[in-house]
Design a protein around this ligand. Structure first.
Ligand code: FMN
Length: 176
């Protein structure tokens, strides 16, 4: 058994791909949320949680949130996979929405870029993206940021920004 475990939850495959790459490169054990019990996590020194970003929330992250008091002495690394370009601002927003104050001090967070796959989306996700597109369209073109422009340009299509080389800082955090 490895000292490191990667646990992930993914809806459309981007996060699953990153979790697989991280586990492969670090030699970690790999589990999907729902296929691992919280108690099993106690036997690892390092836990890497990977979840897709949905309206700012990290998918499946309640597994860690609920069990955090028992996991707080572990090295905990969180990888959130979203469609937006990773930035300091986005990092701060994801931390504020998903981490308690103690977690903000102790847990390392990385943002990686996934994609958007409209043909695969369920109706609710497609509807939420439709509302997002409408709200972007209601702004003046000069007020739209690059991510918003990207959402308009790729609406209804398949876009994949996953990049194996972008896991390097996560692997470094596991090693150090
Ligand atoms: C309804 C909906 C909400 C989303 N919200 C966010 C978000 O808040 N931030 C972000 O960066 N990406 C957001 N995305 C994009 C997903 O994070 C992106 O598709 C990611 O690759 C999903 O990972 P998964 O395929 O592993 O589920 C959203 C996508 C959908 C469909």
């Amino acid at each position: 058994m490895s000292h490191t475990v990667v646990v992930f939850k993914s809806k459309y495959g981007s996060t699953a791909k990153y979790a697989g790459w991280i586990a492969e490169e670090s030699g970690a054990d790999l589990f999907e949320v729902g296929k691992v019990k919280a108690e099993q996590l106690h036997s690892y020194q390092t836990i890497v949680y990977c979840g897709g970003l949905y309206v700012g929330g990290i998918l499946g992250f309640s597994l860690i949130q609920k069990n955090y008091p028992k996991l707080r002495d572990k090295k905990l690394i969180v990888v959130a996979v979203g469609a937006s370009t990773p930035s300091e601002k986005a990092l701060a927003q994801v931390k504020a929405k998903n981490f308690t104050e103690t977690m903000q001090e102790k847990v390392e967070l990385f943002l990686l870029r996934g994609g958007l796959n409209y043909p695969k989306m369920n109706w609710l996700d497609r509807f939420l993206m439709y509302l997002l597109v409408k709200s972007i369209q209601s702004k003046k073109p000069e007020e739209r940021d690059d991510d918003s422009k990207g959402i308009l340009a790729t609406y209804g299509k398949v876009v994949d920004f996953t990049d194996r080389s972008s896991i390097a800082p996560v692997l470094e955090a596991i090693r150090k």
